[in-house]
Ligand binder design. Structure first.
Ligand SMILES: Nc1nc2c(ncn2[C@@H]2O[C@H](COP(=O)(O)OP(=O)(O)O)[C@@H](O)[C@H]2O)c(=O)[nH]1
Ligand SMILES: [Mg+2]
Length: 262
């Protein structure tokens, strides 16, 4: 109709959810919830998955759910803690609530909220979008020491080589957007990783199943508030687990995708 602009919401954008694992992020969750809601993405739901943080993050998140009813949600986990556990529970919760697209991101602003809409937009022609530090235009905080850079990019390269992930540049990054069908298709029960290796395992399974993975550049600034939970021991453990991921999933093909009616 002349003169009238109609906004059509893409099908996959009908119910977008952002899932954020938290452990001791009391200084970050409130500004992050505000920043995400300020993006004014229609129908956006934000879900924090807290692992019983001793610093009171969980209590603050409860207050945020009251301040933003129907927009901010929280899951309080009580079992063994871990990034993989938290994402597993968070994704399952969002899928059960009808999420059509799911963004995953860290709580510490290393994943910049203003880049989330770009990830969601790229999902139009992809099954999985990875915010990548290692494609042209992407980057890491220039303040990172050389040793930290080498460890980070070396770990990524190591995982890619073992898994034959030639087409994915950032297999360890955790700022991503998933179509509902892709998360269903990979089958969360197939994912065994409890910690940071979760990112690698989900990338590899999506790759083996033949899903279209698109990377878009992101800039990864260092956290300003709170402390990293990643230490050298966790990094070494994650490195060794790459072999286990390869062994368990190397025979998957697109025939092994799970559809929602199954
Ligand atoms: N729920 C939950 N979240 C976690 C756990 N470990 C880390 N996180 C969250 O995962 C994200 C990334 O962790 P971070 O310590 O920043 O890792 P780094 O960026 O690699 O240094 C942050 O939002 C953390 O709060 C955990 O055991 N449980
Ligand atoms: Mg961080």
């Amino acid at each position: 109709m002349a003169g009238r602009r109609t906004k059509t919401v893409k099908n996959y954008m009908r119910k977008p959810w952002v899932v954020i694992p938290t452990y001791n992020e009391i200084g970050n969750v409130e500004p992050l919830a505000n920043a995400l809601l300020d993006l004014a993405i229609p129908a956006l739901q934000v879900l924090f998955v807290d692992d019983n943080s001793p610093d009171g993050t969980g209590e603050l998140l409860e207050k945020l759910t009251c301040r933003f009813p129907g927009q901010v949600n929280v899951l309080h986990r009580t079992g063994p803690r871990g990034l993989g556990h938290a994402y597993g529970d968070g994704f399952r919760h969002a899928l059960a609530a009808g999420a059509t697209a799911l963004v995953q991101m860290d709580a510490d602003f290393s994943h910049q909220p203003q880049e989330a809409p770009h990830l969601l937009a790229a999902l139009e022609t992809a099954d999985l979008v990875i915010g990548s530090r290692y494609v042209t235009g992407g980057g890491i905080d220039p303040a990172w020491a050389v040793q930290r850079r080498v460890l980070s990019s070396g770990g990524n390269l190591y995982a890619r080589l073992i898994l034959g992930l030639r087409t994915v540049q950032d297999a360890t990054g955790g700022f991503r957007a998933w179509r509902r069908e892709t998360l269903w298709g990979i089958g969360l029960e197939r994912i065994h990783s409890q910690g940071y290796i979760f990112q690698v395992e989900t990338t590899y399974v999506a790759h083996r199943l033949g899903y279209k993975i698109v990377e878009i550049p992101i800039f990864f600034p260092d956290r300003q508030v709170g402390e990293s939970k990643m230490d050298l021991k966790i990094k070494i453990e994650a490195t060794l687990r790459v072999w286990d991921v390869w062994r368990r999933h190397r025979r998957l093909t697109s025939q092994d995708r799970i559809t929602e009616s199954q």
